[in-house]
Design a protein around this ligand. Structure first.
Ligand SMILES: NC(=O)C1=CN([C@@H]2O[C@H](COP(=O)(O)OP(=O)(O)OC[C@H]3O[C@@H](n4cnc5c(N)ncnc54)[C@H](OP(=O)(O)O)[C@@H]3O)[C@@H](O)[C@H]2O)C=CC1
Ligand SMILES: O=C(O)[C@@H]1CCC=N1
Length: 322
């Protein structure tokens, strides 16, 4: 896309090695984005309402918002590797119509045909997959992007040939609707070629927002980004239950809870401070402060924070094979 018509760029193949819930979510989001780009509507869905990733300044400022550089080559062929027949059928059903090739129980072929390999299996099987006979040969010189919780860059590098560049990313299931949040950890040394950094950030920027952070933060990011949709889903259920208890129909209560959560989140992403939002809603002697005090009595704030702490602790152990 960045090249002139006289210098066509070769197509790039993205192989998802272990294509389950997350693999399907990521591929769906990327394919949707490419379809939009090809149709000439160049704006990803999330950036219609928000500053683009290149201009978005998150708080706190320790992370770097990722540059919106276009990589020299964009993925145009997609391969999904799974182990079991029933999974192949399931992935074909959701992605086959979009031209994704599904390969069952032949990871060597899937990896040999890919330029970028997105590792999407469970942490517990990563070693078995990367150590399979013949895998080292087909991984030579390739870019491996691992979305695995708890498996460190150092460990991944031990499992692949030296010529394989390894990156970690922690996305979430909202990637499927291109409203994901991904944190990327790049290898400190040797640094990734600029074109590969651009490619990785491009991929994750198509399916939501992305940030680059040092790897030491990855377990906390796994709790916040990776597990986060489950925590917010619980909150939506709890808010809906309250509405239902007070006589609202379930479907309407759920819609209100989800849209209100989205609205509050978008206000924060546009720069409003959560404490200011909370104070502005809390009319003196009003119902909001009444509700907030009950939530504070129930230690919701520290319970949620401790939930992130516990999820971080568990994430840190996921790569140890225990
Ligand atoms: N779920 C989430 O919300 C998030 C998950 N993650 C991380 O993403 C990774 C994947 O999670 P998730 O998508 O939920 O897991 P799934 O179990 O849904 O997907 C794992 C995939 O790996 C495949 N697989 C297993 N063994 C092999 C093998 N030997 N060769 C090829 N493929 C194989 C499975 O195929 P088959 O079914 O045929 O066995 C399946 O398609 C995990 O490491 C997790 O930590 C990160 C962020 C969020
Ligand atoms: O619960 C898990 O282990 C995975 C990782 C992040 C989200 N789900």
């Amino acid at each position: 896309m960045s090249s002139s018509p006289s210098t066509p760029t070769p197509p790039l193949t993205l192989t998802v090695l272990g294509c389950g819930t997350m693999g399907v979510a990521i591929l769906s989001g990327i394919i949707d984005s490419l379809t939009t780009l090809r149709s000439g509507l160049t704006t990803p869905s999330h950036s219609q309402h928000l500053p683009g990733p290149g201009t978005f300044t998150p708080l706190p400022t320790h992370g770097t918002s990722t540059p919106p550089a276009l990589p020299p080559r964009l993925p145009s062929r997609f391969i999904a590797c799974v182990k079991r027949k029933e999974s192949a059928v399931r992935v074909r059903k959701s992605l086959g119509l979009h031209g994704v090739e599904v390969i069952e129980n032949d990871n060597i072929r899937g990896v040999s045909e890919g330029d970028v390999i997105l590792l999407g299996c469970k942490p517990q099987v990563c070693e078995e997959i990367l150590k399979q006979e013949g895998m080292s040969e087909v991984l030579e010189g390739k870019l491996l992007v691992s979305i695995l919780a708890g498996v460190r860059l150092e460990r991944l590098r031990e499992l692949v040939p030296q010529s394989t560049r390894v990156v970690r990313a922690m996305p979430n299931t909202a990637s499927k609707i291109r409203e994901g949040m991904t944190v990327i950890s790049l290898p400190p040394s040797p640094p990734l070629p600029a074109s590969e950094t651009a490619l990785i950030t491009w991929i994750f920027n198509q399916i939501g927002l992305s940030l680059v952070l040092p790897e030491k933060h990855m377990d906390a990011c796994t709790a916040l980004c990776g597990s986060g949709p489950a925590f917010y889903a619980l909150m939506i259920e709890a808010m809906s239950d309250g509405g239902v208890m007070m006589g609202l129909p379930r479907a309407e209560a759920q819609m209100m809870a989800a849209q209100v959560m989205q609205g509050a989140g978008r206000m924060v992403l546009r720069g409003e401070h959560p404490a200011i939002i909370r104070e502005q809603v809390s009319t003196p002697a009003g119902c909001t402060i009444g509700g907030l005090l009950v939530l504070e009595d129930g230690k919701v704030r520290s319970t949620v924070a401790r939930g992130i702490q516990e999820a971080t602790r568990v994430a840190a152990g996921l790569g140890s094979g225990r």
